[in-house]
Each structure stands twice: as structure tokens, then as C-alpha cells.
Ligand binder design. Sequence first.
Ligand SMILES: CC(C)(COP(=O)(O)OP(=O)(O)OC[C@H]1O[C@@H](n2cnc3c(N)ncnc32)[C@H](O)[C@@H]1OP(=O)(O)O)[C@@H](O)C(=O)NCCC(=O)NCCS
Length: 334
Amino acid sequence: MSERRAAITALGTYVPERVLTNADLEKMVDTSDEWIRHRTGIETRHLVEPGTPTSDLATRAASEALRRRGISAAEIELIIVATVTPDMVFPATACFVQDKLGAKRAWGFDISAACSAFPYALTMGAQFVQSGAHRKVLVIGADVMSSIIDYTDRATCVLFGDGAGAVLLEPAEDGTGVLDFAHEMDGSGACYLHMPAGGSRQPATHESVEQRMHYVKQQGQHVFKYAVRKFADASEHILHKNGLTGRDVDLFVAHQANIRIIEAAQHRMGLPDAKVVKNIRDYGNTTAATIPLALATALDQKRLKAGDLVLLAAVGAGFTVGTVLVRWSGIAWD
Ligand SMILES: CC(C)(COP(=O)(O)OP(=O)(O)OC[C@H]1O[C@@H](n2cnc3c(N)ncnc32)[C@H](O)[C@@H]1OP(=O)(O)O)[C@@H](O)C(=O)NCCC(=O)NCCS
């Protein structure tokens, strides 16, 4: 019998029906399908109807995970929501999800780590399971990026989409589950990717709205260079820490921010295409939702089976960096 770990025992995802294509964006800003595909790998993204809160997407993804596991929301003990687009500044989006799900016994909270939020939240949830404090924990990555994107700014509006993914964590003693994590933070990078207004530093004013300060601002090239370096460095670091190399990895599930960032890390680790999940073409960057959505893509493509070694990696605003190693458990998938 090996030590108790937190195993992913169910997965659920949700993306809204409405699709925004590169052709649609060509009509909105000075861009082209060719530029977007070549520079980012994105062809479509899914967007909510305006006014749809993140908790709606999160609840749908969580409900699907519970249905697949065949358990009721009343059994959930803890809900962690990773998001950069909470329903409100407070209360936490986890509160809205708890109410909508009817998870009457659960407590919970949100995690704000932008694009690295899912690995951070997974790590956090795993601690509660490994310690024996909880037996059923929902970790949800959900973002309505369309609520904070400026659709007149071609440098950002082509990149992002909306979506959600939820995993259920339960104790396992069969060697599967979360094996290790290695996270980093470099707050000196905050100036390169942020939303300037709406917080305590710059509360909402007529001026802040007129100056479009309630939208994502990004210096793309700087973020790109940092992400290319950090994806590979952080992935190699967690592998080395565990006496592993790229050859031991069965599936690399990277945050989907730009196809060129994913492929740079892939090449540095020497991973063939068969070991790397890429679905940015269909969804764009859904921030906290990209990793669970990519896990779903891998399951749809039958590229993920019990016992596989999975490396999750993300780099995001902050800067934040998250890597998690998981020994995959067999889960129901339909
Ligand atoms: C945003 C990103 C795709 C831009 O690609 P890039 O190759 O770095 O391009 P640059 O920013 O250097 O811009 C090159 C040119 O394209 C232009 N451009 C920017 N967006 C454009 C668009 N949507 N359509 C057409 N041209 C565009 C720029 O204005 C610039 O023009 P110039 O040369 O006349 O000044 C890329 O930097 C990126 O992916 N960054 C990281 C994003 C990210 O991961 N964010 C989330 C955090 S995980």
C-alpha cells in the first residue's frame, strides 16, 4: 500500500455555444485570420452571452464531473474556484457555485493566479485530501474573459475565450494522484499583464471607464519571452526534482496561451506531438480553464489512460508559474 495521494476521479467541462471566429474579428479590429493563426494558433473561441457570470460556467462543469462520478453535490466537502473573472469582487465565486450546485456541506474559496490558477488550485485541493482533512474536493478553473477584454484592442481580443473545467479529488492509495508540484511567482512582472482598474488601487470612476482601464492590458512580447523560458525551465525543474526526464512523461498538458509557447517547451523537452495536447485552435486562451479543457481533449482523443504520467504546466500574469505532476487514475468518460 503506498501513501495517500489526491487522485483526480472525475472531470467535467463547459464551453458556451457562441463562437467568435477569426473572420468575425477581422470585421471588428485591424487583424487577419492569417496573422492570428500564424502568431497564436487560434481559429475560434467560445464566448458567453453578455451578462453570464463565471459561476454559471463553473457550476455546469462541476455538475458534469459529479454526474460522471455518480455522486451528489451534498457529498462535496470543499470547493476551490480558480478564476480571474469572479462574479463579484466579493463574495467569492465559490459561494455562488456552492449555492447553485446545492453543495450544502461544502466550504470553499477562490484562488487568483490568472493563467497559473488551475495548477495552484489543484495543489491546494490536493493538500486537503493528502492530509486526510477532506475526502471529496472540487477544483474548478473557470473564466469569462470576454467580460474583461477590450474588443477594440487587437493585441488582446484575438487571444481569449470563455470556458470552465472541474476535477473531483479523492484519496487514493494505489500510487495514482498528484505526485508533486513546483510553483513560482515574480511580482515584478505585474506591469506586463494586468487589469489596472476596479481594485483598491484604482476604484471605478468615470475617468477609469473612459480610459478603458477595466480591461486586460498586456505587453505581449515581454509576456511571450518570459513564458517561453519559464514553461521549459519549470517543466524541467519538476521532472529533475523527481528523477525524471521528458522521456518519462506520457502527456504534457500545458496552459494554452499561444501555440508557439507550447511548442517551444515541447521541443526543449524533446516530446513528440503524440505526447502534447493542443486545443488552443478551438478555444483560445480560457485562462484558468485551459488545463481541464485540455485534459478533456486528451480523453476525447483516447490519449490518456490509468497509470500515465501527466505533466501540467502554466505561466500567467503576476508573473505566476505552476507545474504539477500527476499519475493519472482511470476515470469514467463519455
Ligand atoms: C500577443 C502575441 C500573440 C503577439 O505576437 P508577437 O509575435 O509577439 O507580435 P508583436 O506583439 O511583436 O507584434 C508584431 C506586430 O503585429 C501587430 N499586431 C498585434 N496584434 C495584432 C493582431 N491581432 N493582428 C494583426 N497585427 C497585430 C503589432 O502591432 C506589431 O506591429 P508592428 O510590427 O507594426 O509594431 C504574443 O506576444 C503572445 O502570445 N504573447 C503572450 C501572450 C500570453 O501568453 N498571454 C497570457 C499569459 S499566459
